[in-house]
Structures are given as structure tokens and as C-alpha cells.
Design a protein around this ligand. Structure first.
Ligand SMILES: [Fe+2]
Length: 190
């Protein structure tokens, strides 16, 4: 059939399938980042509308592709105005996150155990990421916050993980100035 959407998704899956054959997370994520910057930067991935639709309560998370050998998954998120994440990790998986539509604000964090809680500090200034920019994260230095940078519309991001990300840790402020850790189960929306 060969619609533009099919062509873009096929190209993405082919390139990711090749990239995950690299020998290390460092090499894999470098290549996946370059692939996303190329494909998203020239608008080669055209997503069906259901992937681009925000939900009222929190950001939407939808499965775009699951590698049959579970070497990677590709997940699309849609962010309404004001929506974002808490400080989180990625369940021990490498990941690369790219902007498909709109504008995102990304802030990296340092998380250190302290007593029965955690010390959490931002690293550097929040980064504004536009269409075609991508960032890579390799545990254990993969703590960050993502938020929609648009106040008047939806932004859309593509996340490639080194397996199935079923859960992650989130860190929320406690009364004593430290942060508490919670394990959050992740699901896919329709
Ligand atoms: Fe993330």
C-alpha cells in the first residue's frame, strides 16, 4: 500500500533494528539519537491521529512498535498544556527521547540516597527541545523531568527504550526537604 505513514514507520523500525545491534548502550543510544534526529527533523514519521491526541488528566502513553525479540520498544507520548512528569528513572533501560511535534522542556536531575530518602537536585538549566531534537539516557545517570513547553497546544514525543518499560521510579518532595521514591507501574493508553 505504501502510505507516507507506513513508509515512515517502516524506516524507523528498520533503523532501530539495526541500531540495537551495536555492542554497547553508549553506541546504541548514539546511533538511535542520530536516527531520531534525522527522521523527526525532516518530518519523515507521520503518526496517526490517535497517537497525537492528549488526554485531560495526564500525558498519554501509546505503544507504537514492540520489537518481536524485545530488543527495544517505541512509545509515543502526547502532552497537553501544563502536563509533565515528576523526576523519574527508566527502569534500568537505556532510552532515547525525541520531539515529534511542538516543544518540550527537559531538566536533568542528580538523585542520591540520603538516610531513608533521597537528595534530588537539578543539573544545569532546563533545556528547551524543539522538533527533531533528541536526548539519550543511560542508567544510572538517567533522572529527568519532561514537560510540555507549549502553553496553547499539544506536544508529541517519541521514546525508544532498550526493552519493555513496564515501570519506573518516581521521586516526589517530602516534608523534610528530601524526596521519597515510589515505583510507578506504566501502562499504554488506547
Ligand atoms: Fe524519561
Amino acid at each position: 500500500m505504501g502510505t507516507p505513514m507506513d513508509a515512515g514507520l517502516i524506516a524507523l523500525v528498520e533503523r532501530l533494528s539495526a541500531a540495537v545491534e551495536e555492542p554497547t548502550p553508549e553506541a546504541i543510544t548514539r546511533r538511535v539519537k542520530a536516527d531520531l534526529e534525522d527522521l523527526l527533523g525532516r518530518g519523515a514519521l507521520i503518526l496517526p491521529d490517535r497517537f497525537r491526541t492528549a488526554r485531560p488528566d495526564a500525558y498519554a502513553r501509546r505503544l507504537l512498535h514492540q520489537d518481536p525479540q524485545n530488543r527495544f520498544t517505541a512509545v509515543v507520548m502526547a502532552w497537553g498544556p501544563g502536563q509533565g512528569t515528576p523526576v523519574h528513572d527508566h527502569g534500568g533501560l537505556w532510552c532515547v527521547e525525541g520531539v515529534v511535534e511542538g516543544q518540550m522542556v527537559v531538566t536533568q536531575y542528580d538523585v542520591t540516597p540520603q538516610g531513608d530518602g533521597f537528595d534530588v537536585h537539578s543539573i544545569g538549566e532546563p533545556l528547551s527541545a524543539g522538533v527533531g531534537s533528541a536526548g539519550r539516557l543511560i542508567p544510572p545517570t538517567d533522572y529527568h523531568v519532561l514537560a510540555n513547553g507549549r502553553h496553547d497546544g499539544t506536544s508529541v514525543t517519541l521514546h525508544v527504550y532498550g526493552g519493555s518499560l513496564d515501570g519506573c521510579r518516581i521521586f516526589t518532595p517530602a516534608a523534610d526537604g528530601r524526596y521519597a521514591q515510589t515505583v510507578r507501574a506504566l501502562c499504554y493508553h488506547d
